[in-house]
Design a protein around this ligand. Structure first.
Ligand code: TUI
Length: 316
């Protein structure tokens, strides 16, 4: 049994957040995670206020009084309106990604929302702590989707040393060894995204699940560095074409952006194995089964307990 400040602060049985993945993390997945004792998170992705309102209400109908969260992707054209929806709908926890949430933090704090930004560096972690974040998610570049430069093993202990609020580790965690390692680095919780992609309750296209289950250790690459927002995806025809365009100096950034537009939807909704962008973390290689959210969470923490309890075996 692992109990940390994250359990207490967010009202959780297990100190785990489910990553807010665009086109993946809907009310069905989030409510299943919250009912299993973790924090389920709905992705606001690039959608508008009406979509998010509908998802929040569907999630609440399932979870009742249990906590859940919303992830706001700050590059979304609808970021301002969804930042207000979470206040209007009484969402207890908001995580943010792909930018600094500074301009929203005063209103969220005033509304009693616990804000938990994803941070890719120590400086950003310090900044959001000063601005009133309840915790931070230190996300290493092993993650899927939009990634920072530093690895989880390097980032987490530095962020844990730099801030007093609780730190959750993300990036490369999909089994109990990863959870235990995160705690050894100073984290008091974890966030997992890729692990939940193959959850029974995850409504993503079956081809997406199939590709995660088939992934090996070097199945992902990061594309988009030239555009200033590197994204980790599974290698396929889309990823190779995107990378080729990036290395072609005769192609403009606008053309590359256009090539990538809509590709995540093609993967997650249509299951288009050639033209879809299958965002996934490096840990996809260690995911071999489709389990319920409850099984995923109880297995993660049972193994973490076992690993941590046996951790003294080398110590003399
Ligand atoms: O946000 C994510 N992962 C994402 S967002 C996304 S949607 C997307 N699609 C295409 C291109 C780009 C994004 C897919 N996956 N993770 C959290 C995360 N946040 N990773 C890195 C950051 C981050 C980066 C910079 C957080 C703050 C930050 O601040 C610095 C700044 O200059 O804004």
């Amino acid at each position: 049994m692992i109990e940390t400040r994250v359990c207490k602060a967010f009202g959780l049985q297990y100190p785990i957040f489910q990553g807010g993945m665009a086109w993946v993390s809907d009310a069905a997945l989030a409510s299943a995670v919250s009912k299993a004792g973790g924090l389920g998170i709905i992705s606001a992705m690039n959608a508008d206020a009406d979509y998010l309102r509908g998802q929040i209400r569907a999630c609440k109908a399932e979870v009742g009084e249990l906590p859940f969260g919303v992830n706001i992707m700050l590059m979304s054209p609808h970021a301002d309106e969804v930042a207000q929806v979470v206040i209007d709908e009484g969402v207890p926890v908001v995580t943010t990604g792909a930018g600094l949430p500074s301009r929203y933090l005063p209103a969220w704090n005033a509304a009693g929302i616990k804000a938990v930004p994803v941070v890719p560096s120590v400086a950003i972690a310090r900044k959001v702590e000063q601005q009133g974040a309840a915790a931070v998610i230190a996300e290493g570049g092993e993650s899927g989707g939009h990634v920072g430069d530093l690895t989880t093993i390097v980032l987490v202990p530095q962020v844990a040393d730099a801030v007093d609020i609780p730190v959750l580790a993300a990036g490369g965690i999909a089994d109990g060894r990863g959870v235990a390692a995160a705690f050894m680095l100073g984290a008091e919780g974890v966030q997992c995204g890729t692990r939940f992609l193959t959850a029974v309750e995850c409504t993503v296209h079956p081809n997406y699940k199939k590709k995660i289950l088939a992934a090996g250790d070097i199945s992902t690459i990061t594309t988009g560095k030239r555009l200033g927002h590197p994204v980790r995806v599974l290698k396929n025809q889309f990823a190779r074409s995107f990378a080729a365009l990036e290395y072609d100096s005769s192609v403009s950034n606008e053309e590359i952006e256009r090539f990538g537009a809509g590709a995540l939807r093609k993967a997650a909704v249509e299951g288009d194995e050639k033209n879809g962008s299958f965002m996934a973390g490096q840990i996809a290689a260690m995911i071999h089964d489709e389990k319920t959210c409850r099984e995923i969470i109880t297995d993660l923490f049972a193994q973490a307990d076992e690993v941590l309890a046996g951790a003294a075996k080398w110590v003399r």
